[in-house]
Design a protein around this ligand. Structure first.
Ligand SMILES: Cc1ncc(COP(=O)(O)O)c(C=O)c1O
Length: 502
C-alpha cells in the first residue's frame, strides 16, 4: 500500500527535513503566558517598541522538537570519530563539564566584587601558571577568545616591541606550511606577508628563509607542528636566525597537542605562541562551545601583554585592569572565556604533567597507526613519521575519476565526519586526518577499513557512486562555492510578521 499523505517535511520516517521556526509560525501562538507588567510602559518611556519584532508563534513542544530535530542532523564528537585535521576533535571529558557547572563557578558574574571571587581568580592564576610552565615562557595573556585572536594579540605585542625600540618594521615571513590564519593575522596587523616555500619533505626551506632575512623583517610566523603534520626540525636554527636580524619569533601553537609535556616552546627560542585551549586542553568546540586562545610571551615581549592579569598580593588575588606601561590594549571584554579556563585546568590537573606527555605520545601514535595502515592505498604526502595528523594526497585515487571531495562525501554515508580536505594548499587534493589520542584502536581499525573499502570501490570503477554521495543525509551534496561566496544567513519574511504575544 502506498501512502500519499502530505508530511511536514516532504520526507518520511525519522529522516525528516525541518522547516525554519519562522516557517512554522502560527500568529498568536505562544509557548509561555507571562503576566502583564503594569508599570513597564512607564519605566521604559520612549524606549518602548511600538512595532512587533516579528518572532514566530510556536508552542513550547514545537520549539523543543525543532531544536532536537536540528541537533539530530548534526555530527558531533559525542556521536563518532571526527578526524578533521588541524581541529583536534578529541573527547571532552564529562568531569570538566561537571566542574564548570558547579554553582560557585557556573553562576559567578564578572562584575562581582573581587572579595567574593577569590576562588575563581585563583583558578585563573593557576591556569596561567600551568600554561607558562608547560611552555617555558615568561607570562601569558589569557583573554584572546580564539586561536586567531591570540595570533593577533601576539603580533600586536611584536609590533609594540618594535615601536618601543623606535624601529617599526614592515615584513613578516610566513612559511607555506603555516596555517591560513597566520598570513591573515600578519596582514591585519599591517604587515607585508612574505612567503617562504616548503621543501620536498614539507618543511621550511632554510635557504629561501635565510635569503629573505633583513633589517625590515618584524618576525616570523611559523606553525609547529606544521599543517603537513610535521615537526619543523630546524626550529632552533630558525629562532637564532630571526633573532639575528632583530625580529621576533611567533609560533602558532594550535597544534600543541602533539608536543605538550614533551617540548617547551620557550626552550626553542619562541617569543610568542597561542594555545588553543579548545584543542589541546579538550574544551568543546566546533559548535559545542566558544574557543579560547591564551598567548604565552617570552621575557622580551612580556611587558607588552594586554591586561587584565591576576596577581597575588599578601595572599589576596587581585584582577589588575589598569597599569602604566607599553601594553597592547584589551583584547576582549571582561576576563576571557572563563568557562573554558575551568575545563582546561580540570583537564590539566586530572592528567598531571606525565599524563599530558602521554596525551602527546598517544596522539602521535594514533596518527602514525592510521598512516601505516593506509599508506599502500593512500600514500602520505611526505615521508613519515608524522606528528598528530597524517597528510595524504589524492595520488591513491589517480585514474579512478574519484576526487578528494567525492571520497569525503562518501565517508559521510559511512557515518563519519570527513577529514579536512584541500588543506594545506601545497598538496594536491590534500586530505588531513587527525584521529586524536582519545580514539580506541577498534575505532581506528573500523575507520581504516572504511577508508580502504572506499578506495577499493573507487578503483573498481564505481566513480558514479561517489559523485552522488552523500545520499543518506537530510541535505545532498551542496554547492560549496556558492555556500562560501554567497551564504544565505538570514531569513527574510515575505510579509511582516506579527508577534505571537502581541
Ligand atoms: C594550526 C592552527 N592555527 C590557528 C588556528 C585558529 O584557531 P581558531 O579557530 O581558534 O581561531 C587553527 C584552528 O584550529 C589551527 O588549526
Amino acid at each position: 500500500m502506498t501512502h500519499e499523505r502530505e508530511t511536514i517535511s516532504g520526507a518520511r520516517g525519522l529522516d525528516r527535513d525541518e522547516p525554519l521556526s519562522f516557517e512554522q509560525d502560527s500568529p498568536g501562538r505562544s509557548g509561555v503566558d507571562l503576566p502583564a507588567v503594569p508599570d513597564a510602559p512607564d519605566r521604559l518611556g520612549d524606549l518602548r517598541r511600538k512595532d512587533a519584532i516579528g518572532l514566530p508563534g510556536l508552542a513550547e513542544p514545537q520549539v523543543v522538537r525543532h531544536f532536537v530535530r536540528l541537533s539530530r542532523m548534526n555530527y558531533a564528537i559525542d556521536y563518532g570519530l571526527y578526524p578533521l585535521g588541524s581541529c583536534t576533535m578529541k573527547h571532552n571529558p564529562r568531569l570538566n563539564e561537571r566542574l564548570a557547572r558547579l554553582p560557585g563557578i557556573g553562576d559567578v558574574h564578572p562584575m562581582q566584587p573581587q572579595s567574593t571571587t577569590q576562588g575563581v581568580l585563583r583558578l585563573m592564576s593557576e591556569l596561567a601558571h600551568w600554561l607558562t610552565e608547560l611552555t617555558g615562557m615568561a607570562t601569558v595573556a589569557m583573554t584572546p577568545g580564539a586561536g586567531a585572536q591570540g595570533e593577533m594579540c601576539g603580533m600586536m605585542a611584536i609590533r609594540a616591541a618594535h615601536e618601543a625600540r623606535g624601529e617599526p618594521r614592515k615584513r613578516v615571513l610566513v612559511p607555506e606550511s603555516a596555517h591560513g590564519t597566520n598570513p591573515a593575522t600578519a596582514a591585519i596587523c599591517g604587515y607585508e606577508v612574505d612567503t617562504i616555500p616548503a621543501t620536498a619533505d614539507g618543511r621550511v626551506d632554510m635557504a629561501a628563509f635565510e635569503a629573505k632575512l633583513g633589517p625590515d623583517v618584524a618576525g616570523l610566523m611559523l606553525t609547529n607542528p606544521n599543517t603537513c603534520g610535521l615537526f619543523e626540525r630546524d626550529i632552533i636554527r630558525i629562532a637564532e636566525l630571526i633573532h639575528g636580524v632583530g625580529g621576533y619569533f611567533y609560533c602558532d601553537g594550535a597544534n600543541f597537542n602533539a608536543i605538550v609535556g614533551k617540548v617547551r616552546p620557550g626552550d626553542l627560542g619562541i617569543d610568542a605562541m597561542h594555545i588553543n585551549l579548545h584543542k589541546t586542553f579538550s574544551t568543546p568546540h566546533g559548535g559545542g562551545g566558544p574557543g579560547s586562545g591564551p598567548v604565552v610571551l617570552s621575557e622580551a615581549l612580556a611587558p607588552y601583554a594586554p591586561l587584565p592579569k591576576v596577581v597575588q598580593r599578601n595572599g589576596v588575588y587581585e584582577l589588575v585592569e589598569q597599569e602604566d606601561g607599553p601594553r597592547v590594549g584589551r583584547m576582549k571584554g571582561f576576563h576571557g572565556q572563563f568557562g573554558m579556563f575551568v575545563r582546561a585546568l580540570a583537564y590539566m590537573q586530572s592528567h598531571g604533567r606525565d599524563g599530558l606527555k602521554q596525551v602527546a605520545e598517544d596522539a602521535v601514535l594514533n596518527a602514525n597507526y592510521v598512516m601505516a595502515k593506509l599508506q599502500d592505498v593512500l600514500p602520505p604526502a611526505y615521508p613519515g613519521p608524522c606528528m598528530h595528523e597524517v597528510l595524504v594526497s589524492d595520488k591513491g585515487l589517480d585514474g579512478t575519476g574519484v576526487e578528494t571531495m567525492d571520497l569525503a562525501k562518501a565517508l559521510i554515508d559511512e557515518g563519519y565526519h570527513p577529514m579536512t580536505v584541500y588543506f594545506p594548499l601545497i598538496v594536491h587534493g590534500a586530505m588531513l586526518i587527525e584521529p586524536t589520542e582519545t580514539e580506541t584502536r577498534q575505532t581506528l581499525d573500523d575507520f581504516i577499513a572504511v577508508m580502504r573499502g572506499l578506495v577499493g570501490q573507487a578503483k573498481a570503477g564505481e566513480a558514479e557512486y561517489f559523485k552522488e554521495a552523500p545520499t543518506m543525509t537530510p541535505r545532498r551534496r551542496l554547492d560549496e562555492t556558492l555556500a562560501a561566496r554567497k551564504p544565505v544567513l538570514r531569513w527574510v519574511p515575505e510579509a511582516p510578521l506579527a508577534d505571537a504575544a502581541e
